[in-house]
Design a binder for this molecule. Structure first.
Ligand code: HEC
Ligand code: HEC
Ligand code: HEC
Ligand code: HEC
Ligand code: HEC
Length: 397
């Protein structure tokens, strides 16, 4: 036992850890204030299980359903994309045994590794800007840290070939300088769960459904605009003007991306209203995490603006386990339904017009997780339980 313990201690300590100087966006904030603030609004800054109730509850649910697995094992596996600067990419058998036996020393070592400051900081500056090379095997899908080679710590890779910083070295890399989706595909291309079921496939959808030139940044960061990469300048100098993008990594919860790129057309067809959604994005909508829900919502009004009733249609996917019961994507053995709208495609939804209606109000609703699945795995954070809505519009009938 003692020998195993020593080996474990060695294995953990031998792996490179992230130097304090680069561990958090707080280290960058003084000179990259705007970028740092806008990154903080993104889901990338909340990808650690201590900051994301849905992720945390998913991990716990997986252990509950698989008593032979230990929580740390799953955390390490998921960290490949959710926290890819993790010091190890898998557990050895002896480590797993010690963890299952609740060995204090081993538990503590994993605690320290999984909760290191740079891990808690999420998919942060040092995750993306330390990526030297990308080796994505599309056949295997995204492997997160397994799809990249990180550079030496202290060199920040970026879009410019002439950037000079007093705090760090800089170097240009093509995956920043050109608008290819390669960097995003390190994690967003596709991935399968333990049962071989594909649970995310944004990049695959993009390859199949778009012209391949759109990239991801115009919509999820911003279009290129005049600004500054850094607010820092030497005493008698000014910051260098640059063409830059925002670091919002826009999603439904921190931006108006849904209203901007999913268009709605409404027309009366005999005694029905036809609502047509057009997905102007190069991936399916909703894409990504498999329990997102998009709702087309209508409300009919009479001549006095009194409501005559509401109706809605759901666009989503559903997942089931081997007993045929509804479950979360990571536990599914198959997908039981998928009505998500293909890239660049339109879909029409018909609604009956009630007697006396003269107007229809319409909007989109969006949930990060279905109510039923939130209940199943006990998600409590209101951020995940609320409905996100676009501004309602009205049309005469
Ligand atoms: C190291 C892996 C990784 C890389 C690289 C990466 N992402 Fe992400 N991204 C994630 C993970 C994991 C999440 C989910 C985080 C969470 O919700 O806890 C996420 C979330 C997002 C979201 C928010 C979706 C939501 O849940 O609301 C958007 C948008 C996004 N990423 C876009 C991008 C774009 C664009 C790029 C390329 C410039 C990129 N990502 C690069 C792993 C990555
Ligand atoms: C998910 C990956 C990702 C993360 C996380 C990320 N960046 Fe970036 N960053 C990019 C991409 C992609 C570009 C290139 C944008 C473009 O096309 O000009 C970029 C560009 C930059 C630039 C050059 C100026 C510009 O806007 O083009 C700076 C400086 C920078 N990032 C700093 C940071 C800092 C500081 C953080 C942490 C607060 C951070 N980045 C987090 C992907 C990322
Ligand atoms: C003391 C100020 C300072 C600090 C702290 C700082 N930077 Fe920078 N950084 C700069 C300056 C100045 C530039 C060059 C700006 C320019 O040329 O437009 C720069 C450029 C960059 C670039 C672009 C590199 C390129 O070649 O395209 C990236 C990426 C970057 N920094 C990331 C970071 C990250 C990540 C951190 C935190 C770990 C950080 N910086 C901390 C001042 C700083
Ligand atoms: C034309 C604009 C557009 C482009 C280009 C685009 N997206 Fe999106 N993306 C959207 C819209 C709109 C949504 C919100 C609807 C949804 O959830 O699918 C979205 C949602 C997402 C989500 C979040 C889904 C969630 O769970 O909240 C991710 C992740 C994402 N996109 C990744 C990407 C990646 C990676 C690329 C490049 C390969 C890309 N997007 C290109 C418009 C775009
Ligand atoms: C191959 C990369 C990769 C791996 C490995 C991975 N994920 Fe993810 N995960 C992502 C990406 C990318 C997103 C963002 C997609 C989106 O938001 O639509 C995400 C989003 C999520 C979300 C939604 C988070 C939110 O804030 O809404 C959950 C939950 C999740 N993953 C659970 C897991 C679990 C549990 C594991 C391990 C069993 C895991 N993931 C492993 C890439 C990965």
């Amino acid at each position: 036992m003692m020998r195993i313990l020593i080996l474990v201690a060695l294995a953990v300590s031998l792996h490179a850890t992230i130097d304090q100087k680069w561990s958090s966006n707080k280290n960058c904030q003084a000179c990259h204030q705007k970028i740092s603030k806008s990154w903080e609004t993104s889901r990338h800054s909340n990808s650690h299980f201590t900051k994301n109730d849905l992720f945390k509850k998913s991990l716990e649910y997986i252990v509950l359903k698989n008593p032979k697995m230990v929580l740390e094992e799953i955390k390490v596996d998921c960290a490949r994309c959710h926290n890819p600067r993790i010091a190890k990419d898998h557990l050895r058998t002896d480590e797993k045994i010690l963890l299952a036996l609740e060995n204090d020393t081993t538990k503590e070592e994993f605690q320290d590794m999984l909760n290191a400051e740079h891990m808690k900081n999420g998919i942060n500056c040092i995750v993306c800007h330390n990526v030297d090379e990308i080796h994505l095997d599309k056949g295997k899908g995204s492997q997160g840290l397994g799809s990249v080679k990180f550079g030496v710590q202290g060199t920040m890779f970026g879009p410019f070939n002439d950037a000079v910083s007093p705090y760090h070295k800089t170097a240009q890399r093509g995956h920043f300088a050109s608008d290819t989706p390669d960097l995003c595909f390190v994690c967003h291309y596709s991935t399968k769960n333990r049962h071989g079921v594909e649970v995310y496939s944004t990049g695959k959808e993009y390859d199949a459904g778009s012209n391949g030139n759109e990239g991801c940044r115009d919509c999820h960061m911003s279009e290129k605009k005049d600004g500054f990469a850094s607010n820092y300048a030497k005493a008698d100098a000014k910051p260098v003007p640059r063409s830059v993008r925002d670091h919002v990594f826009a999603s439904v919860d921190n931006s108006d991306i849904l209203a901007k790129y999913v268009s709605i057309a409404v027309q009366k067809v005999e005694n029905k209203v036809e609502v047509t959604l057009t997905n102007n994005s190069p991936h399916r909508v909703p894409t990504g995490y498999g329990l997102r829900e998009l709702y087309v919502k209508v409300e009919f009004l009479d001549i006095n603006n009194k409501s005559l009733g509401k109706d809605s249609k759901l666009i989503s996917a559903q997942w089931k386990d081997k007993e045929g019961k509804a479950t979360i994507p990571h536990e599914a053995t198959s997908k039981s339904m998928d009505t998500r709208i293909d890239p660049k495609a339109s879909r029409a939804f018909m609604f009956d017009i009630p007697e006396g209606a003269v107007k229809v109000k319409y909007s989109l609703g969006y949930r990060l997780i279905s109510k039923e699945m939130a209940e199943l795995i006990n998600v409590e954070d209101p951020f995940f339980l609320r409905e996100y809505k676009t501004r309602a519009q009205t049309q005469a009938l």
